[in-house]
Write a protein that binds this ligand. Sequence first.
Ligand code: C5P
Length: 242
Amino acid sequence: MKKAGGSSFQKRIIVALDTADLIQAKKLVCSLKDVITIFKIGTELFTAHGPKAVETIKSLGGEVFLDLKYHDIPNTVAQSARQAVRLGVFMFNVHIPGGLQMMQEACVAAADEARKLKIPTPKLIGVTLLTSLSQEEVAKQIGIPKPLVDVVLHYAELAQKAGLDGVIASAREIEKIRARFGPKFLIVTPGIRPVWAERGDQERVMTPREALRLGADYLVIGRPITQADEPREAASRIFEEL
Ligand code: C5P
């Protein structure tokens, strides 16, 4: 399998293994590994199977984005970051509203642990606002009455200041983040829906082609591929559209 980090589309699509069934996850990785390099393990699969899930995907040749979205006091997140590094993941993330100190301590801990283990430091990404949230929900439920894009840009600024490698943001904020934070700041975008796919619970969605055109580095795609009758074909169809 090709390794992550190159420039082809195949290395820029991350498939979300949103299942509690490790056998099912293994089947997906096996059927997709010729076309997909990075697989995302989220809270569902990790809660069910723990580090074994990461080991399994890696043993099949995949790179892992560990999407556990840490959000806790700085010391707890820093120690969790060390454990994420020890799992040998390619990328992991924290929630930006955890604050500057939490993010800074996570960065320092990850770099220190990777140095001790003599392995590359995983990319540390900050979650801005969940792409399932609408403007109205952020205002009325979370109590932030600002335009979503302003909230996201403010969070991205905090993430960059803390030393994170980039952010997770919806496709609608890509252009502004890219313009303000430069070409090296990674933008990871979920809520991706090819024109032929169901939107599901995602609110701020965009097609893969458009998201890459606007400047996303990585696209996270779950259900349009994993729930397809033929995941391999769905992935190929997305690549054709790109
Ligand atoms: O199935 P779908 O393509 O909607 O999956 C999107 C994936 O991206 C899910 O695993 C979800 O947890 C994740 N995600 C997201 N919004 C964020 C961060 C992560 O949808 N802001």
